[in-house]
Ligand binder design. Sequence first.
Ligand SMILES: Cc1cc2nc3c(=O)[nH]c(=O)nc-3n(C[C@H](O)[C@H](O)[C@H](O)COP(=O)(O)OP(=O)(O)OC[C@H]3O[C@@H](n4cnc5c(N)ncnc54)[C@H](O)[C@@H]3O)c2cc1C
Length: 445
Amino acid sequence: MDKVDCVVVGAGPAGSSCAIGLARKGIKTVLLERGREAGGKNVASFVLFTDVLRMIIPEFEDEAPLERVVTDNSFICLFNKDFLEFRMRFSDFSEKRSAYTAYRSKFDKWFAQKAEEEGVELIRGVLVTGLLKEKGRVVGVRIGNEEILADVVVGADGVLSVVSRDSGLYEDDTSRYKLGIKEVLDLPPEIIEERFQLSKGEGCIKDGWGYPLSDVGGVFSLYTNTDSISIAVFAPIDSIRQGRVNLRQRLEEFKAHPYINSLLIGSSLREYEAHILSDGGRLKLKRLYSDGVILCGEAGGFMSSTWVGVPPAMLSGLKAAEAVALAKRRGRYDAESLSCYADLLRQTGLPRTLYNARRFSNLIVSLKGEQIEKLNCNLIRLTEDFTLGEIDFLSPGSSPMLSRIFDDFVMEFLPKYLRYPLKTIVKSLANLLVLIKKVKIRRSV
Ligand SMILES: Cc1cc2nc3c(=O)[nH]c(=O)nc-3n(C[C@H](O)[C@H](O)[C@H](O)COP(=O)(O)OP(=O)(O)OC[C@H]3O[C@@H](n4cnc5c(N)ncnc54)[C@H](O)[C@@H]3O)c2cc1C
């Protein structure tokens, strides 16, 4: 193959978005995908937050393979047999059609086709094995014994990116890796709508933590597709290794929880997938480009603190395309010329996303599994006591909620030198409030 302007490695959300951006700027682009089809390596479904895609393809709703429009969002704290669920339905969210459920295998294929329609050459079934370099500068990619020369290579090859490793940009930190296990379970649409209180075509997302993952600091998610339900559990690889945890077994325990089981009853397994994902914000902006190479999507650590990765992947892909176009105008693809990528990213919310993701990831890594378990347990106990307290007609005293909240949530996590002075103040304040309440009750009733 003749030398091309740009090779994009990986036809996931980042790669296809970047390729579309490049083609629209008239840059001759080859998009390489190891799967037989784009999305072929991703079997399960996902939640597609739409603002970035809407910007790239405004009419996507007419043609993209979408499942349900997300109208309901819940957060669940799961605890042995019990649970707490905060359910939200924002009309603004559903009217703007801010999120859909969709299958990655269908969606990625469709999105890569859109890149082809823009003039990108998509080559499927090719595994990039390394980078070609001349005097330390990236000049193309290696595919086994074959080579493709390019002015610039875009690494959009996901979390285990060959491009980021081979270019020397990547700093490995496996403590920020998670293993995710997903299942898609078939269930008729009418049952989904009745069970999850949804109208036709509406969908819901339920995310949460707690049982049976609290000891490993894991999280779970459940969402509805047209005629199936996706469930997933995630946990940091380090704690899985240290605790010799069988995550597949934990998924079974999750499914057997009385509440979760009541949502899944009657369903049957369609497909199953295990995948690595990383916490976001692992790389600094200046580590996203070098001579002849630029990273976007998960290859560049673009992931939100809540592990929403597709929109940041698409947006970073677009910005990488803009950076390549500016570099082309200058006629230079060295690191200095590609550094405009960092400036372009700063015009978006992505640096904030990376910062928040890194801070959240540090917090999770610093929290021990038992602390998460205790936090969850205290939350359930407090809510239970508060709810049952209101129907406790037999005892005269009211429980000092303020000092309970302080004991269960603040004391657990405060540094020792602050605990005791604060505890004395809060206890006295709590007792005073209980006293005031008693006087008020006596006066008013
Ligand atoms: C279980 C799970 C659930 C998730 N759920 C959601 C969700 O609901 N919503 C959301 O927004 N995000 C979700 N994410 C995160 C999201 O999947 C990623 O952040 C997103 O896919 C990143 O896009 P990308 O294009 O950077 O990488 P990828 O989607 O990983 O795409 C990389 C592409 O490159 C190809 N490739 C890799 N290496 C090579 C190579 N050497 N040569 C050629 N091709 C190669 C791959 O086959 C793939 O097609 C989830 C992640 C996991 C693991």
